[in-house]
Design a protein around this ligand. Structure first.
Ligand code: AMP
Length: 301
């Protein structure tokens, strides 16, 4: 039995930032999200990799208590690859190359033991796959979905269909403006709520995150990091932590969602302090709690 199901990409990422570059390191939305969620609960991944994906990386995920029963390893196929770069403004990644490879023909299958999970994170991947997985979960209590500009541009209508089925939508500020064709984030948030979710979170990179419901609004600050090395995966860490914390506490009240947002900001800010998943491998729940308390003090006035 898993506490939270996470569908998303498991990737080999090549990343350039002003502080260095790495080639073909383990990444992907499901990888970051599951590692982040694993600080709080037992997540299960639904994803696919090719034969070229390093087995030791899978062992690493398993050691963190992540179920890989829903992860397929396709023979004679290549893993999804993403190449991105950041300039001094590290809030937005520039995608240099996306190679879907094994994702192109992926038919997700939900292991029986995942079908009773109450918490679902549809991390960034093809919205058709997000919908397919969601349709196989028996009785979800809280569904969170994330996406990115690639899918907004390629599958806008399917994405709209997906948003109608979820409880909480995550978007970053640029995506929200693009998707709802408005420069105004408040209007973009209201337009997303108009499609059906009970809440929307607009992530603003290093500047924090905004939560909107139809009648309330919460703003979490960004954490003032001394060193931002590589923001890849911060959005996925945010989503994974959010769902992991809600699954652990089994409380979907707005007050608890606000707490989950601060935990999510704590994990995401840690993640930006190193390349790839380097920091997620090192930190512990104690580091996360410490940063959570710093956030609490930052918000006092
Ligand atoms: P984030 O920085 O949180 O937005 O997510 C970065 C991760 O998203 C990287 O590890 C990539 O492998 C993954 N990624 C990039 N493009 C896509 C895509 N089109 N579909 C799914 N995952 C992607």
């Amino acid at each position: 039995m898993v506490d939270a199901v996470i569908i998303g990409s498991v990737a080999l990422d090549s990343i350039q930032t002003p502080f260095g570059e790495v080639k073909e390191v383990i990444g992907g939305s499901a990888t970051y999200a599951a590692l982040a969620a694993s600080f709080f609960c037992k997540p299960g991944i639904v994803a696919v990799v090719g034969e070229d994906f390093p087995v030791n990386s899978l062992v690493l995920l398993e050691k963190r208590g992540i179920s890989l029963k829903g992860l397929k390893r396709e023979k004679n196929a290549k893993t999804f690859r993403w190449e991105g770069s950041y300039e001094y403004d590290m809030n937005e990644a520039k995608t240099l190359k996306t190679e879907l490879n094994v994702l192109e023909s992926f038919k997700p299958e939900l292991p029986e033991e995942y079908t009773n999970a109450k918490y679902i994170f549809l991390a960034n991947i093809d919205p058709d796959l997000q919908i397919e997985v969601l349709d196989h979960v028996k009785n979800p209590k809280f569904v969170v979905a994330d996406t990115m500009n690639f899918w907004i541009e390629h599958k806008r209508q399917r994405l709209k269909n997906l948003i109608r089925k979820v409880d909480l939508l995550l978007l970053n500020d640029g995506e929200a403006r693009e998707f709802f064709s408005t420069p105004n984030l408040y209007r973009a948030a209201m337009a997303s709520l108009g499609l059906g979710p009970r809440a929307v979170i607009i992530k603003k990179g290093e500047h924090g995150a905004l939560l909107f419901t139809k009648s309330t609004h919460f703003s979490a600050p960004g954490y003032p990091l001394e060193n931002i090395v590589d923001p890849t995966g911060c959005g996925d860490c945010f989503g994974g932590t959010l769902v992991g914390y809600l699954a652990k506490t089994d409380d979907i009240s707005e007050g608890n969602i606000r707490k989950a947002i601060v935990y999510a900001s704590a994990v995401a800010s840690h993640n930006a302090e190193g390349f790839g998943i380097e920091i997620l491998k090192k930190i512990s729940i104690t580091d996360i709690e410490k940063r959570f308390q710093e956030f609490r003090r930052m918000g006092e006035f």
